[in-house]
Design a protein around this ligand. Structure first.
Ligand code: NG6
Ligand code: CA
Length: 518
């Protein structure tokens, strides 16, 4: 149940439950009845941007930056305009994408960089589902779903992780760019680590002698807030303390080339069999440190330049699919894990250089927020063979990718598998406009429900909200009383209709409770 402790966890991100429920254990049969279906077995590539807002790309109204590669997908594919990440923060969104379950069912919250793996190796996952149809799977880029059993020894095999929950290959940034350890993890091992210089990480206290943002501010490329002022690597202070393992430290500016090369390798090696590539971008999360060739390319500073970089990375993947002759038979889903944020801890001029660009599009709020911009994100489905160019305002959510892929591949979901995922294949292929009747949006400190054009935001169960949300102009949308908005008349959620529509409030509240308790 969605208890007070869960809420506190969502708010602070401090408690890590890592709890696995035993009854999620499944042993599905391999489906051998998969004669070639009408749609065959397309490859699936999910390009998952980080913190990219609804209005951050040109085809969704972004004015401060050009995104020709992403726009080409939108022009030739299905452009969804009411499509949602499952949550307004990273970890629960990723959890839902990969498990088909709401994050609150496992207390999913923003995880520290040393958190245990949040998804149980016994749990059903999207890569495991696809394996039943013969797919190979890889995750490349940001993980942020925890690793090991907590208190990870980075000098040994780090597991369980992606390989234990169904991926065949992983090349990860373990948590986020702003959290230690600042090293790549390939399958079970930290890349380029030397045994003579062991790596240690600590989120409770400072360890080692590396300079920090507090002790050596003169070493910084960007000033940071107190939470981001610990160990300095590559001129950037991070959250958490780290010592040793220096040969393994990443250079942030190299991310686009390294991750692209790994993704291209995986595509080349698997072009003969169906595959799933979860290309989990670091951009445009903080710290924003685009490669030199993208610096100054947007006129909006590092945040805009990171969007240009993200667009380039997207183009590289599509080009490679074309080069290998498999673009026609590959579903590319381009979307984001949560809404936009300007100041998320580093002084990179995102606010000052914004100009008229509107990261949230016409919507209220942004990352962390219960208002629409928290979860409503650009979502494009590109599949040349089967999707006609189209725009659709069907209500959709990333949590349904799981059951929709099962529908496409004619795989039955077993009991307890992806319990919150609803098959929506026709909608995701642009063949139907009906979409979801109800849709849950998780956010920092509360939870909301969409019912068609209506949006209900549950009141706060607790008043302990983070201080940084106030001084960074982040609107969480958490209030002590009910909120109800009618989006068709009020897209920016300005007129709270809860008082004049108490029946609707009660119905939606009840429905939300029902979903939470189910
Ligand atoms: C927050 C961090 C923020 C970012 C976020 C995770 C502070 C004050 N803020 O706790 O900088 O790292 O976690 O972002 O520490 S997410 O996209 O991965 O959810
Ligand atoms: Ca994010």
């Amino acid at each position: 149940t969605f208890t007070r402790s869960v809420l506190l966890t969502l708010i602070t991100g401090a408690v890590v439950s890592g709890c696995y429920s035993a009854d999620q254990s499944i042993q599905p049969d391999v489906d051998t009845s998969l004669a070639s279906t009408e749609l065959g077995k397309p490859n699936l590539v999910i390009i998952y941007a980080d913190d990219l807002g609804y209005g951050d790309i040109s085809s969704y109204g972004g004015t401060g930056v050009n995104t020709p590669n992403i726009d080409a997908l939108a022009a030739k594919g299905l452009k969804l305009t009411d499509s949602h990440a499952s949550a307004a923060t990273c970890t629960p969104s990723r959890y839902s994408l990969l498990t088909g379950e709401h994050g609150f069912r496992s207390d999913a919250a923003i995880l520290p960089g040393d958190a245990p793996l949040l998804i149980s190796p016994r749990q059903a996952t999207l890569p495991k589902l696809l394996k039943r149809a013969g797919y190979a799977s890889a995750v490349i880029g940001k993980w942020h779903l925890g690793l090991g059993y907590g208190d990870v020894d980075w000098n040994q095999a780090v597991k369980p992780g992606p390989l234990e929950i169904g991926f065949d290959y992983s090349f990860l940034l373990p948590a986020t760019g702003d959290r230690v350890p600042t090293v790549f993890l390939e399958n079970h091992h930290v890349v380029d680590l030397q045994t003579t210089d062991p790596l240690s990480v600590n989120y409770q206290e400072n360890i080692g002698t590396l300079p920090t943002g507090i002790s050596h501010p003169q070493l910084l490329k960007m000033k940071a807030d107190p939470q981001h002022s610990n160990t300095i690597v590559n001129g950037v202070s991070r959250i958490g303390s780290m010592t040793g393992g220096e040969s393994a430290y990443w250079i942030d500016e190299d991310f686009p080339d390294i991750f692209t090369a790994k993704a291209v390798d995986f595509i080349r090696e698997h072009k003969e069999q169906p595959f799933f590539l979860f290309h989990s971008m670091h951009d445009i999360h903080v710290p924003r440190l685009p490669h030199k060739r993208f610096q100054g390319k947007s006129g909006m500073g590092p945040r805009g330049d990171a969007i240009v970089q993200l667009d380039w990375m997207t183009g590289q993947i599509v080009k490679e699919l074309e080069k290998q002759g498999i673009a026609e038979n590959t579903i590319v889903i381009f979307t984001s894990d949560n809404g936009p944020v300007l100041d998320d801890g580093y002084d990179d001029n995102a606010v000052e250089m914004l100009g008229n660009h509107k990261p949230s599009g016409p919507f209220r709020g942004g990352k962390y927020s219960a208002y629409e911009a928290g979860t409503r994100v650009p979502t494009i489905v590109y599949w040349p063979e089967h999707i006609q160019p189209k725009e659709s305002d069907a209500l959709t959510t990333q949590i349904d990718i799981y059951a929709s892929m099962a529908e496409l591949l004619r795989l039955d979901l077993v009991e307890d598998e992806a319990i919150d995922s609803i098959p929506q294949l026709d909608t995701w292929l642009g063949r139907s406009e009906s979409g979801r009747e109800f849709l849950v949006e998780e956010s920092l400190g509360t939870i909301s429900l969409r019912h068609g054009e209506w949006k209900y935001i549950r009141p706060a169960l607790d008043n302990t909200l983070p201080d940084w949300s106030k001084n960074k102009d982040i609107e969480l949308g958490v209030q002590n009383s009910e909120q109800l908005y009618k989006l068709t008349d009020d897209i920016a959620e300005q007129n709270n209709l809860a008082n004049s529509h108490s029946d609707r409030v009660n119905n939606m509240k009840q429905k939300l409770e029902q979903i939470i308790e189910s």
